[in-house]
Design a protein around this ligand. Structure first.
Ligand code: HEM
Length: 405
């Protein structure tokens, strides 16, 4: 089937005029708000077909209700996550592990990784995380009354923690961020080039750690055993690539959206500065309001779902940004309420693939906000500048220049 073509089994009345890639507000827009732009889908049906809802322009079914998304994400016998999204950029077909494996194989690898990012492990990392935040923010405060938050704080903070965890050299931070950005947001030339570079890097690192293991993630993986055997080269690569891609810019993006919100809402900013105990709850609400990841599954059998004839091979989108604005799930979903409790958001996904890094991500976001608000006085978006936000598989924000003069 040609890209953008609606398959014959999709009833024309189920085709919707909405896409996370092409709808207004989704392409990079100064002062854009791609999260608010998704709210329109809740006025319509619980499921519709979007003819262009992936980066290469494929159509997907779009699930608009949070409860229905949970049904899809839980039902791995009907909706598979094996899509080889990364490998397909190289014309290959290996899974990122554990994300693109279905149970029961998924469970084997997930149990191997769980202890590495458990709440206990994250508590041990906390002093390092806080020290990194303080060093960066004190440097920013000492050098003036304005900064580019993504470049000067969010990326160097989150990516540095992540590189230490993976055992990757910190001085190559900007190189790694560049690769991840080309991969996630680059065009048809940059994307496969970045994918090739990342694979070559992971393969080389794995070979080095096999020869001389140290105390890091890759050494753990190359020595690990599953079901009484060592991991294959392809499995090591699939895990290394996923961790690299999943952790590198997600936390930085979340911090960027949070600080943009606070810069535009001085009262909330003052409240959190004067009552920092509220930050944990507030960070959860900001995660709900500004999620970054769209989950996609592929149907592995025919199913009629809420009146939609989903057929084997169809893509099904469960976008956290849509679930998190579902009025059936959240009161006043388009209002940011920093005291919101019972916040069952979908920002870290749902079901067996629920984010492995969520404990680490949460601690980084909370510590980043605590230390920022403790050291930087009332800040706003710098006059004459406009942060650029965009939609897609992974929402993002750039050019966030803050000023506290
Ligand atoms: C705010 C930051 C983050 C957000 C919003 C986020 C979001 C998500 C989401 C929505 C999923 C589910 C994807 C799906 O079901 O298709 C996921 C899975 C995953 N995330 Fe995160 N993530 C974040 C940070 C991290 C970090 C820091 C790491 C690693 C240190 C990480 C590692 C993973 C892994 C390995 C998976 C796959 C889990 C599995 O398949 O069992 N994430 N993440």
């Amino acid at each position: 089937m040609a890209i953008n073509q609606v398959p014959d089994h999709v009833p024309p009345e189920m085709v919707g005029d909405f896409s996370l890639f092409t709808s207004p507000g989704m392409s990079p827009t100064p002062n854009g708000d791609p999260h608010a732009a998704v709210a329109c889908v809740h006025a319509g049906a619980p499921i519709f077909y979007s003819p262009c809802n992936t980066r290469p322009g494929r159509g997907t079914w779009v699930i608009t209700r949070a409860a229905d998304q949970r049904r899809v994400l839980q039902d791995t016998e009907t909706f598979s996550s094996h899509r080889s999204t990364f490998a397909s950029a190289l014309g290959e077909n290996w899974p990122m592990i554990p994300l693109e494996l279905d149970p029961p194989a998924h469970r084997v690898f997930r149990s191997l990784l769980n202890p590495l990012l458990s709440p206990k492990r994250v508590t041990e990392l906390e002093p390092t995380i806080r020290e990194r935040a303080i060093t960066l923010i004190e440097g920013i405060a000492a050098s003036g009354t304005s900064c580019d938050v993504m470049k000067d704080f969010a990326f160097p903070f989150a990516v540095n923690i992540f590189l230490r965890f993976l055992g990757l050299p910190e001085h190559r931070l900007h190189t790694f961020v560049g690769w991840a950005r080309d991969l996630l947001h680059g065009d048809d030339v940059r994307r496969p080039a970045a994918a090739r570079t990342i694979v070559a890097f992971i393969d080389e690192l794995a070979a080095m750690r096999r020869n001389r293991p140290v105390d890091d993630f890759m050494s753990f993986i190359v020595q690990a055993q599953v079901e009484g055997r060592r991991l294959t080269d392809e499995e090591v690569r699939g895990m290394g690539v996923l961790l690299f891609v999943a952790g590198l810019d997600t936390v930085a993006t979340a911090i960027g959206f949070d600080l943009a919100y606070l810069a535009r809402n001085i009262k909330d900013q003052d409240l959190l500065r004067s009552e920092p105990d509220r930050i944990v709850l507030a960070a959860e609400e900001l995660l709900r309001a500004y999620p970054s990841v769209q989950m996609v599954r592929v149907a592995i059998k025919d199913i009629d779902f809420e009146g939609a004839p989903i057929r084997k091979g169809d893509y099904v989108s469960c976008a956290a940004m849509i679930a998190n604005r579902d009025p059936a799930e959240f009161e006043s979903p388009n209002t940011v309420d920093l005291s919101r409790e019972a916040n069952r958001h979908a920002s870290f996904g749902y079901g067996p693939h629920r984010c492995l890094g969520s404990h680490l991500a949460r601690r980084e976001i909370v510590i980043g906000l605590e230390e920022w608000l403790a050291r930087i006085p009332a800040f706003r978006i710098k006059e004459g500048t406009a942060p650029v936000a965009y939609g897609g598989h992974v929402f993002g924000i750039e050019n966030l220049i803050l000023d506290w003069s």
